[in-house]
Design a protein around this ligand. Sequence first.
Ligand SMILES: [Zn+2]
Length: 141
Amino acid sequence: MRLSAIAFIAIVVVGLLLLFGVINTRDLSTAGRMARANAKAMERQALSPLYVPEKDIANAKICCQNLKLLESAKRAVAEQANRASGTVSWSEVLRHMGLKQPLQCPAGGSYSLNQIGQAVTCSIQANGTASHADDHNIRNF
Ligand SMILES: [Zn+2]
């Protein structure tokens, strides 16, 4: 008899907590919490077309630094070789930079040295988003 009374009280207490919103059934599951985190991210994105995940901005910054290093090396090689047009090879650029391995885009893009006078590019470029914070290019370098 006493055990059933305790069980009854426990059920009433949980029922009241749910009723007054102190605990939420959605909070009780990890899936529910994750779904709400995703919904919040989607909400931020919907509110601002310029919203970009932090990781994408960090990757773009590293990529742009790489592009500037590559472009500087490319210009130096072209100048030393008295080339005002045409191309500079990867081996010339890497030798100038003292590297054995080419620089890698952290987001998996691939680099093109392009013609002399045209900036080095990453295949990711502006990646179709409205924000420039995640762009992989050095247009005004
Ligand atoms: Zn890139």
